[in-house]
Design a binder for this molecule. Structure first.
Ligand SMILES: Cc1cc2nc3c(=O)[nH]c(=O)nc-3n(C[C@H](O)[C@H](O)[C@H](O)COP(=O)(O)OP(=O)(O)OC[C@H]3O[C@@H](n4cnc5c(N)ncnc54)[C@H](O)[C@@H]3O)c2cc1C
Length: 294
C-alpha cells in the first residue's frame, strides 16, 4: 500500500519552485525508486509529493563551449551510460552508472535522486567526488552552487534547504581533461545489490609513469562518500611502482570511518579499501596512458 496524501506535478522549473515555496513540506519525486520504497515501508507518513519528472530543462547532458559538462538531475542512469558526451569525456561515470541496480531501475532512477537521497552507497557519488562536481541548487529566492563534498552532511542528510531543488550537476574540464578513471563496485551480488564498497580513481600521468595527480573517492567507507587526501598527496609526483601503489592503498584506509554492518565488518571494509584502491588506481593509470603494472 502506498499512503500518499497528495500529488502535484510541475511542468516547468518555475512551477516546481513556486509549488515548493508555497508548501516546503512537499517531497520531491523524480524516478521514485527511493521515495516509493520509503512510502511502501511506512517511513513517510502522509507524504505529499511533487513530481518533477516532466520538467524538460532538468533532463539530459550538454557540453558548453568552454568544455564544461552540465548534467540535468533528471538524467537516468541508462541515459548517463549511453550519453556520447559522458562516454567521450568521463567514461568512468558511464561505467559507474552501469553498476547501478538492474536495467529496469537504471531506466527510471535519476542521478539527481541518487545524490539527494544522501546515501553513502550512491553509485554515482565516488566518481562525482573525484571529478569535483559542483551542484546548483535553486529556490524561487535564487540559486547557489555547492561543491559536492559540502553537499553531504551525514547519512541520508544533504544540504538542501526548504524550497530548494537540485537543478544542475556541473563538471569543469580541468577536472576531467587528461585523466583516466576507473570505478569498482564491490557487492555481494553482481546485479541489483547495494555496494559493500565503491571506489572511484582518476589519475593523470606524465612521461609514461609519473602520477601528476591521483584522486580517490570512496562510497560506504564512512557515513558519507569521501576523498582520501593523505593518499592523494602521497601519490602526487611519484613514479608508478608496485610499492608506491601499495602505500597509496594503505594510506587510503586512513580516510575511512568504516563500520560493521550486516553486509561486512569494519575490518573487511578496510581491507577492501586497501585492495580495491590499488586495483582501481592501476586501471586508471593505464587508461590515462601510463605503464601497466602487475
Ligand atoms: C531495486 C533497487 C535497486 C537499487 N540499486 C541501487 C544501486 O545499485 N546503486 C545505487 O546507488 N542505488 C540503488 N538504488 C537506489 C535508487 O534507485 C537510487 O538512489 C536512484 O538514483 C534514486 O533516484 P530516483 O530518481 O528514483 O529518486 P527519487 O526516489 O525520486 O528521490 C530520491 C530522493 O531525492 C530527492 N530528489 C530527487 N530529485 C531531486 C532534485 N532534483 N532536487 C531535490 N531533491 C530531489 C527526493 O525527494 C528523495 O529524497 C536501488 C533502488 C532499488 C529500488
Amino acid at each position: 500500500m502506498y499512503k500518499i496524501q497528495g500529488y502535484y506535478e510541475a511542468a516547468t522549473l518555475e512551477e516546481a519552485l513556486a509549488l515548493l515555496a508555497a508548501n516546503p513540506n512537499l517531497t520531491i519525486i523524480a524516478g521514485g525508486t527511493d521515495v516509493l520504497i520509503k512510502i511502501h515501508h511506512g517511513q513517510m507518513e502522509k507524504a505529499e509529493l511533487l513530481g518533477i519528472g516532466k520538467i524538460k530543462s532538468l533532463q539530459g547532458v550538454r557540453q558548453l563551449d568552454d568544455g564544461t559538462i552540465v548534467i540535468g538531475p533528471l538524467t537516468t542512469f541508462t541515459q548517463i551510460a549511453n550519453d556520447p558526451v559522458i562516454q567521450e569525456h568521463i567514461p568512468i561515470l558511464a561505467e559507474a552508472a552501469l553498476t547501478m541496480g538492474g536495467p529496469q531501475i537504471r531506466n527510471v532512477a535519476t542521478i539527481g535522486g541518487n545524490l539527494c537521497n544522501g546515501a553513502t552507497s550512491a553509485d554515482s557519488a565516488p566518481t562525482l567526488f573525484v571529478l569535483e562536481a559542483k551542484l546548483k541548487l535553486q529556490s524561487n529566492q535564487g540559486g547557489r552552487v555547492v561543491p559536492i563534498q559540502d553537499f553531504y552532511l551525514g547519512p541520508g542528510k544533504v544540504d538542501l534547504r526548504p524550497g530548494e531543488l537540485l537543478t544542475q550537476i556541473i563538471l569543469s574540464p580541468e577536472n576531467f581533461r587528461g585523466y583516466g578513471g576507473h570505478y569498482i563496485k564491490f557487492s555481494m551480488r553482481k546485479a541489483m545489490d547495494i555496494a559493500t564498497l565503491g571506489v572511484a580513481v582518476i589519475c593523470k600521468v606524465k612521461e609514461g609513469n609519473i602520477m601528476e595527480d591521483a584522486r580517490i573517492g570512496l562510497g560506504v567507507a564512512g557515513p558519507t562518500p569521501r576523498r582520501c587526501p593523505e593518499a592523494e598527496a602521497f601519490a602526487r609526483g611519484k613514479a608508478v611502482a608496485p610499492e608506491t601503489i601499495a602505500a597509496i592503498g594503505r594510506l587510503a584506509v586512513k580516510a575511512t570511518q568504516a563500520r560493521t554492518s550486516w553486509r561486512a565488518s569494519k575490518e573487511y571494509r578496510e581491507h577492501l579499501v586497501e585492495e580495491l584502491t590499488q586495483r582501481a588506481l592501476k586501471a586508471a593509470i593505464v587508461k590515462a596512458g601510463g605503464e601497466a603494472i602487475a
